[in-house]
Write a protein of this length. Sequence first.
Lengths: 385, 261, 393
Amino acid sequence: MEYFLSEQQKTIKHLARRIAEERILPVRAELDEKEEFPWAIIKDLADADMFRVFIPEEYEGLGGGCLDLCLVVEELSRVCSGVAISYAATALGCSSLLEYGTEEQKRKYLPDVASGRRLTAFALTEATAGSDVSAIRTTARREQGSYVLNGTKQFITNGGEAEIYTVIALTSPERGIRGASTFLVEKDTPGFTFGKKEKKMGLRASATRELIFRNCLIPEENIIGREGMGFIMAMRLLDRSRPGVGAQAVGLAQGALEATVDYARQRIQFGHPIISLQAVQLMLADMAIAVEAARLLVYSVARTIDSGAKDFTEEAAMAKVFASDTAMKVTTDAVQIFGGAGYMRDYPVEKMMRDAKITQIYEGSNEALRTVIAFELRKRKARRE
Amino acid sequence: MNIVVCLKQVPGITDVKIDPQTNTLVREGIKNIVNPFDTYALEEGVRVKERYGGRVTAISMGPAQAEEVLREAIATGADDAVLLSDSAFAGADTLATAYTLARAIDKLEQYDLIICGRQTIDGDTGQVGPELAEMLKLPFVAYVSKLDEISNGYMRVKRMVEDGYEVMETPLPAVLTVVKEINVPRLPSLRGLAKAKSAVIPVWTAQELGVDNNMVGLSGSATRVIEIFFPQRVGRGEIFQGELESQVSSLVDKLREATIV
Amino acid sequence: MGIQIDLDKCVGCGNCVPSCPFGLLEIIGEKVQVKDGCNFCGACQEACDYEAIVIEAVTQVSAPGDSHRGVWVFAEQRHSQLKSVVYELLSKGRKLADTLEAELCAVCLGHNINEVEELIAYGADKVYLVDSPALAHFQEDLYARKLVELIQEYKPEIVVAGATPHGRSFIPRVAAILRTGLTADCTGLEIDPETRLLLQTRPTFGGNIMATIICQAKRPQMATVRPRVFRKETPSKSRRGQIIKVDLDSEGITSRTKLLDFIEDITEAVKLEEADIIVSGGRGLGKAENFQLLEELANVLGAALGSSRPPVDDGWISYPHQVGQTGKTVCPKLYIACGISGAVQHLAGMQTSDYIVAINDDPNAPIFEVATYGIVGDLFQVVPMLIEKLKNE
């Protein structure tokens, strides 16, 4: 299949694959078992300039687009989704700066992100606000020359490991979600602590924590954009990051597919490799079709975004929904084809199945996204040019 | 510090299989790769540069496609590279190779440290490093597993021996060969790859190096291969019979015959 | 000089293409062509039925004089002990010298070396002994210069040395100074009866291909040989020979490299993945302590200790020793599997070993299907017998 990648994109993809196979593959089982944050691999990614991919050249980046980022995430996820999300979350975590930051803010923070010295995180979700984003309660009260943050964010990827946090908080609680604003908060700011590290079903190499703000004072220049823009900004940034989540799911499904085909070729039952059984063949074919379709949908949406499109909410949602549903189905089928061995932690597919589930839930649950798609359909009556 | 690293492009031998029926090579698209030990040499050179300042020049003697190895070297930290390529160099044994590399290094003029991998995976001799040191009349340390320090024109290293390590000191310039234990080679970076893509790599021919044609290539080789053959493949599955004692005897005899023990 | 394809004779059959270890032949337009990088090994010439490939012989500049005679073995010592490989080389060297009807001499550099007479017992006619405090520790420059001096004075036709870390480091320098040929890691040394040349056989491509090499014109013909490649014969105390003391006379040669310290570390000595021989244990051992028996066998063989998964899981031995799908993949010359059933997951890690010996009391154990040699029996009886037998020889 020809993906029409540019030379630069092919280079990025190959290097990401090398990092994945040489540095992540040998340790992925251990990272999963010990639930350790992959700092050594973050360093490898940084040394290889991978964090520069999503930062513009003016800020020491390489100025890549959405598709470039997706290619890296896909390759890393093919080997370990937990490592991939730690990388991808940093792209999301600094996207507010990239899209809406002032020159000073960009110059202050982006070079460190580009060099991989500082990771970032995006903090929107709270105990009361999952799909219902409007129910956030964290406040940012304006005081002389600063804002005071109070509240708790929940389930934040890279929480505790990142040094730069994009936090959505209410500056005008009486206006509800229209009173939300976006802030940059640095780790070690007094009043900013972390909850315990969550124990998860999958993506165990990734660190997920609560962010606890108790009268946390941040300078007023740390607001991104204007007061009241927080919600709109967050929705737009999440739209933009959805292909990345799709890429994570595609990579995961691809890794599962490859592992399954290898196994099916070797595993002998009834005197033949099980890949010669039609029951297995039909499943594998469906898996392969779904992965390819998911990949092409993700790449297309990424290209659409890179071409400068203004509206891509619906398409981005489609890519994420289809890819994540594919990842769940493919990884589940993978375990099934592996049989008893697939259930054992010595084999990689049970981890992939555990990793896949969250892709259907976070960054916009697939149910919520489906309603978004339906809404758009209703608006434009499903017509396309 | 001016650091020179010698690299060689070799076939990826782990792919070489013998077809037992026809007794010929089965080559399923064997790729050429950089000799793995040379990547450790390059990494050490780059680390010395990062620690003490200077430049790393990668050199290789080989056919035109050996240039790939030099580009990879630039992508992983070498500042520049030179390819020594000429049909006159073909068929060189280690003596002729060392001579050619020595002439090239002389031509570079400035060098404080020359690093090679401990051996290649196709030739496996490990001879080019020491022979090169001799041609350049430089001190030499083999099997370096750690480069401790460079100061006042001297270098302190650890080298591996069978029963431990020896700490050696040598004046610079010097030639080292390194073992895998010395470091973990870095992966290329995106900016490195971009630099490697646009780098200009000069090719030095026999004439440009001013070599004595009787000292390079096949003419300059003191040894040559007169025959190649495939080793006897081991027969399968003999299960010994009889008293345990005599089974053990037979086993030991067979193993001794095969000069394994 | 070089490789030529006779286009008239070439029929484009392509038989030569797979024979090239370097993949340099291809059929283009029904004739074969040679890519850059040929080193004239001649494999394709043999594969061609039509004599269409011609490799021109190299005319050597000078023919060797008759003046070089004798086989020399460099007698390496460490900490004043002669190394075992020296005796192996003397045993082989004796045979070479006899074929050539020449002398076998040992050259020994060091200080207060023990049991120099043993060199004669193992076959040397002469021992050139250079004893000096300056040579007590291996000093590359001094050793190289002295050996070169001796070679230039006494003109042996063949010099062999052990392919040890020190040997491999200074013998090439000697060869470079003398501008002569050196072949490393030989597994075979024979004399060509017609030419008196030393035929040096060695593995290349990781052992997949063997090459025979000669050093036609230059002298001495030099070779290094790995330990345990040749067999040590029985020494004969009654052999007579001369021990010739030679002065060092190191004026003007100072060693540029200096030894500052030596740190002993035997645990690093034999790493599993690099070991030539691995002795491996499985569930059949029964309990942790029984690994000691295998350790004994490993010590006798100079082998590394390996394990299948169950013992590691049960904590009998640590994970770095594990061989298999979720452990290390190894490919030693000899893999001895004791009490290992041979589950697929384990085989994945060791089935490409050159020789596999299986010891198991279950005749149906799958390990026997990949074993070169198998003994069906109680490992607690077989292994001690094996240890005895190996020790006694």
